[in-house]
Design a protein around this ligand. Structure first.
Ligand SMILES: [Zn+2]
Length: 188
């Protein structure tokens, strides 16, 4: 069989010649097809309400393996992730829905060592505005002291008027070198 001109091109030259398996998203789609063949009736029939009635708010950091790092499994929890694991208005929105519509009661806040947010400042926002000619309507929410930011996050959750349950709110720092959580005292 001869090789056509389009097949001889690299995928970046001619994306139409690359049917699958050439980008991370292609590999995700292929992996999902395999995953779905093993999808069980138990998984398909799982309740949308988290079994352990807990919502975890944490950073999007690629090294945090949730829910396994917490001894939880799919179906047990809601997971809200963003850059830094900070309590933004949108996190409060999701927490409110989690508690009022889907029955969660406990909140676990997890920041981590070596967070990229500790290397940024609000200058990031100013430089971005200079570059694109428009100021974002969100704060960067960078921080220097991870313990202090966990305390501030706990305070934001505990004082939100929208939440039903603010009595069981605990904050931690995950050590990316050891895999251990260190609890933060809200009073320190
Ligand atoms: Zn982080």
């Amino acid at each position: 069989m001869s090789i056509s001109a389009s097949q001889a091109l690299s995928p970046s030259d001619d994306p139409a010649a690359a049917p699958s398996g050439d980008s991370v998203t292609d590999r995700i789609v292929e992996a999902n097809a395999r995953y779905a063949t093993a999808y069980t009736e138990a998984e398909a029939g799982m309740d949308a309400r988290p079994a352990q009635k807990v919502t975890v708010v944490t950073c999007m950091d690629a090294r945090l393996n949730l829910p396994e790092a917490l001894g939880l499994k799919v179906g047990d929890l809601h997971t809200l992730r963003n850059a830094g694991g900070v309590i933004t208005d949108d996190v409060i929105r999701s927490l409110t829905i989690s508690q009022r519509a889907l029955g969660t009661r406990s909140v676990v806040l997890i920041h981590h060592s070596g967070c990229g947010m500790q290397t940024l400042t609000e200058d990031f926002r100013n430089e971005l505005a200079d570059e694109v000619g428009e100021r974002p309507n969100w704060a960067v929410e960078s921080f220097k002291d991870v313990d202090a930011d966990v305390r501030q996050s706990m305070q934001r959750v505990r004082t939100s008027p929208f939440l039903l349950h603010t009595d069981d709110v605990r904050g931690f720092v995950f050590d990316v070198k050891t895999g251990l959580l260190r609890e933060i005292d809200p009073q320190d």
